[in-house]
Design a protein around this ligand. Structure first.
Ligand SMILES: Nc1ncnc2c1ncn2[C@@H]1O[C@H](COP(=O)(O)OP(=O)(O)O)[C@@H](O)[C@H]1O
Ligand SMILES: Nc1ccn([C@H]2C[C@H](O)[C@@H](COP(=O)(O)OP(=O)(O)O)O2)c(=O)n1
Length: 421
C-alpha cells in the first residue's frame, strides 16, 4: 500500500470532510467509529432521503503530478461513465491546520435503480486508479453511515470499515488555503522548475519551456532605471496605458508571460492548476531576466508580473466570497525571495459595468448568463482583493475609469514621485 494512502487512512477519524452541493451552504462533517448503544449522533445529510445511494471518491495518489492530472480528468470520466441521472458535487477532506493535507474528489448521488451500474463504475475506478471510494447509507433514524470500500487496506491498518457521519464546525478559513503554497503559488524558481521537469514525460511541451529558461547563475547589479509593473483585470486598460507609458518615458515595454512562451500558453492553460501555475511562475523569471538586461539602458514598463500570477492562482484555488481568502498578512501573499522586485506596481481598477462595457466594445463579452456573471463577480472580487494583499512590493491602486490620458497623467505622477524620473 502506498505510504500516502496509508497515512491518509490512518488519520481517517481526524479528518474533516467538506461537501459543496449546488445551492446549499458548505457542509462540514467528520466520521466516528460506531459503538453499540451510543447516544445518537446529530443528523448531517438532512437533504437526502433514506433511499438515496451516495458515494464519495477521493483522489489519493502519492505522486502530486499524477494526482493533479487525474483529478483534472476525473469529472469528465465520471460524467461519461456514470448513469445519466447521477448528481455530482465537489467533496474534499483535510486535517485541520495541517498544510498540504487537503485531498479532493467527488460526491455523487445515484437512484436506487441506477446504483448497480454506479457501483460497477466505482469498483472499476478504485481497482485501476488512485481513488478511495466510500458509500453512504441512511438509516430509519435519520443517521448516516459511511462505509470504506478499500477493505484490504483497512484490514491491514486494523481500522473499522463503518463509521457514523457527524457534523463538525467550519474551520476559520476555506480548507483549499491549506494547499496553496507550492501547489498553486510557487515562491522560488526551483519549486516551479521542479513541477515542469517532472511533467516532461507526459507533456513534451514542458521540456521545450525548460529549454527557454535563462541560466540562474549570474548575479546582476542593481538596475539603473526604474521598473514599473501595471496590473489589473482583463480590459482595465493595461495595454493602452503601457503603450502610452512606453512612448512618454522612452521606456522598454515587456510582459509576463514573455513572448517566447506564447507558443505554449494555450497548451498550459488546459492543464490542472499545479502545472498551469508553475508555467506562469517560470514566465516571470524569464521576464525578470529581460528586465535586468534592459533596465541598464532605459526605464522598464511591465504588463502583468508576479501580482497577476499569485492573485489569479489564489482566487481560483479558493471558491466563494472574499472572506474565504487567506487573511491579509498570510504568507501566501509574500513575494518570492529570488524574484526581481519592481520599483512600483500599479493596480488599475474599474467598476464591473465599465469593465464589461469595454470588454463588449472590444467584442469579447463572453456570456451574459446570470449564473456565469454571478460566478464571475465573486471571482473578480477575490482576484482584486488578492492583488491588494500581496506585499513586497505592494501595489498602488489607480482608478482606471477616467479617460486614457487622465489615467496616464495619474500614473506618470506616481512614477515621478516614487522613481524620481
Ligand atoms: N481610460 C480608458 N477609457 C476608456 N476606454 C479605455 C480606457 N483605457 C482603455 N480603454 C479601452 O478599453 C478596452 C480594454 O483596454 P486594454 O488596454 O486592451 O485593456 P487590458 O490590456 O487591460 O485588457 C480597449 O478597447 C481600450 O481601447
Ligand atoms: N504574469 C502573469 C500573467 C498572466 N497570468 C495568468 C493569470 C490568468 O489566469 C491569466 C490572465 O490572462 P489574460 O488572458 O486575462 O491576460 P490579458 O489581460 O489578456 O493579458 O493569465 C499569470 O499567471 N501570470
Amino acid at each position: 500500500m502506498a505510504r500516502r494512502v496509508k497515512t491518509f487512512l490512518s488519520q481517517w477519524s481526524s479528518r474533516i470532510f467538506l461537501l459543496e452541493l449546488d445551492g446549499t451552504p458548505p457542509l462540514y462533517f467528520r466520521v466516528q467509529e460506531q459503538h453499540r448503544g451510543e447516544e445518537k449522533a446529530p443528523r448531517v445529510f438532512a437533504q437526502f432521503h433514506k433511499q438515496d445511494r451516495c458515494y464519495s471518491l477521493l483522489v489519493c495518489s502519492p505522486d502530486r503530478i499524477r494526482r493533479a492530472k487525474f483529478y483534472g480528468e476525473l469529472k469528465d470520466k465520471l460524467l461519461r461513465e456514470l448513469p445519466a441521472g447521477c448528481d455530482l458535487a465537489a467533496i474534499s477532506s483535510f486535517l485541520p491546520d495541517v498544510r498540504d493535507s487537503l485531498v479532493r474528489g467527488y460526491f455523487l448521488k445515484s437512484s436506487t435503480e441506477d446504483s448497480p451500474h454506479t457501483e460497477r463504475v466505482l469498483r472499476e475506478l478504485e481497482r485501476r486508479d488512485p481513488v478511495l471510494v466510500c458509500s453512504y447509507s441512511g438509516g430509519e433514524d435519520g443517521q448516516w453511515t459511511q462505509r470504506l470500500w478499500s477493505q484490504a487496506e483497512s484490514k491491514t491498518l486494523q481500522m473499522p470499515v463503518e463509521y457514523s457521519v457527524v457534523p463538525t464546525e467550519a474551520p476559520p478559513y476555506h480548507p483549499s488555503t491549506l494547499n496553496i503554497i507550492n501547489s498553486d503559488v510557487f515562491y522560488s524558481f526551483d519549486e516551479a522548475y521542479d513541477v515542469l521537469k517532472k511533467c516532461g514525460d507526459i507533456i513534451p511541451e514542458a521540456t521545450s519551456v525548460l529549454e527557454t529558461l535563462p541560466s540562474r547563475e549570474k548575479a546582476r547589479r542593481k538596475p539603473d532605471f526604474p521598473i514599473v509593473v501595471i496590473e489589473g483585470l482583463d480590459a482595465t486598460g493595461k495595454t493602452t496605458l503601457t503603450e502610452s507609458l512606453k512612448d512618454t518615458l522612452g521606456a522598454t515595454l515587456l510582459r509576463s508571460p514573455p513572448q517566447s512562451l506564447s507558443p505554449w500558453r494555450a497548451r498550459f492553460d488546459q492543464e490542472p492548476p499545479l502545472i498551469r501555475r508553475a508555467f506562469y511562475a517560470l514566465g516571470n523569471y524569464i521576464t525578470a531576466e529581460q528586465i535586468s538586461q534592459e533596465a541598464m539602458k532605459t526605464p522598464i514598463i511591465v504588463d502583468r508580473f508576479w501580482h497577476s500570477t499569485a492573485a489569479y492562482a489564489i482566487a481560483t484555488a479558493v471558491s466563494g466570497p472574499v472572506c474565504n481568502l487567506p487573511p491579509a498578512g498570510s504568507e501566501v501573499y509574500r513575494w518570492p525571495g529570488d524574484l526581481l522586485q519592481p520599483s512600483l506596481v500599479v493596480l488599475l481598477t474599474l467598476d464591473p459595468e465599465e469593465r464589461e462595457r469595454r470588454l463588449r466594445n472590444r467584442g469579447q463579452m463572453k456570456t451574459d448568463e446570470e449564473k456565469e456573471l454571478d460566478h464571475n463577480r465573486l471571482f473578480r472580487l477575490r482576484v482584486e482583493e488578492a492583488y491588494r494583499r500581496i506585499s513586497g512590493p505592494a501595489c498602488v491602486t489607480v482608478d482606471a475609469s477616467p479617460s486614457a490620458d487622465q489615467v496616464l497623467q495619474q500614473v506618470l505622477l506616481l512614477i515621478r514621485g516614487k522613481c524620481h524620473l
